[in-house]
Design a protein around this ligand. Structure first.
Ligand code: CP
Ligand code: NVA
Length: 298
């Protein structure tokens, strides 16, 4: 049984075939062809944080594949009232075919996987966001071809998204320049384990030099709302604006997992401009995760 808790759970070959199948599923869906491969299958979706894209894409994806998705908010299920993770994992996995979790603590996802009996998908934790990277890599490929050998600039916080970009740099063979304010670097374990694939900067311009793709994310992630003002000050030199995009290659793309804050981590002229791929990136969550579900439930 396979899980998808971090990007490096799967070999590169499998990640690439999930992406290629996602591109095929997108074409199939747009042509109106019906695919009921997951008929009678149930996906449990456990959320203790907000979501627009992740919830809608998994739920619509299961419907499109003939299955069913259950939205389980921690405000409604006993897990949120303190029922042990282990007990919840045993019970929920005895009734459904696959489970997707968006939770504050990454280790809770591991505990679920260790005690449950079905595949577990990490739909964002404090540590990583592997589903988003499937969509990002799919989007890059659709627009620009292979990302292998290219340079990607990550601008902003060394957060969960940044950690998964670090793993993607190794898996997909690109060079990752990471520009953060001092004190907001990615976790040391990621830096140490992927040292050959990344370069760290405290200057956004330098990180964008020769970049084919510029990526950013919110300055304060979910759960860090109390640090918003402090972070706005710390990150003020790290906004992706048109001037910063000029430091990258002329045909560089821009991505952001969304939700975005125009005027903070990204200028409106960039996210709403011609180099931005954010709407395809968001839509591709649907196609990439349908492909992931088919892969894990094979
Ligand atoms: N990018 C992303 O995961 O969006 P949601 O928080 O809306 O699910
Ligand atoms: N880093 C952000 C990503 C949201 C999709 C967060 O964790 O809130």
């Amino acid at each position: 049984m396979k899980h998808f808790i971090n990007l490096d759970d799967l070999p590169t070959e499998d990640l690439n075939s999930i992406i290629d199948n996602a591109i095929a599923l997108k074409k199939q869906h747009k042509s109106g062809e019906i695919n009921q491969t997951l008929k009678n299958k149930t996906l449990a979706m456990i959320f203790d944080k907000s979501s627009t894209r992740t919830r809608v894409s998994f739920e619509a994806g299961m419907t499109q594949l003939g299955g069913h998705a259950l939205f389980l908010s921690d405000r409604d299920i006993q897990l949120g009232r303190g029922e042990p993770i282990k007990d919840s994992a045993i019970v929920i996995s005895s009734m459904v075919d696959i489970i997707m979790m968006r939770v504050s603590s990454h280790k809770d996802i591991n505990t679920f996987a260790e005690n449950g009996s079905v595949p577990i998908i990490n739909a964002l934790s404090d540590e990583s966001h592997p589903c988003q990277l499937l969509a990002d890599m799919m989007t890059y490929k659709e627009h620009n071809g292979s990302i292998q050998g290219k340079t990607v600039a990550w601008i902003g916080d060394g957060n969960n998204m940044c950690h998964t970009y670090i793993q993607a740099a190794k898996a997909f063979g690109f060079k990752l320049n990471i520009a953060t304010p001092k004190g907001y670097e990615p976790d040391q374990t990621f830096i140490d384990n992927y040292a050959d694939h990344i370069s760290l900067f405290n200057d956004a311009d330098q990180a964008c030099n020769n970049a084919d793709l510029v990526v950013t994310d919110v300055w304060a992630s979910m759960g860090q709302e109390a640090e918003q003002t402090k972070r706005e000050l710390a990150f003020k030199e790290f906004q992706v604006d048109q001037a910063l995009m000029q430091s990258a290659n002329a045909n560089a793309s821009f991505m952001h997992c969304l939700p975005a804050h125009r005027g903070e981590e990204v200028a409106a002229e960039v996210i709403d401009g011609e180099q931005s791929l954010v709407w395809d990136e968001a839509e591709n969550r649907l196609h990439a995760q349908k492909s992931l579900l088919l892969y894990l439930l094979d």
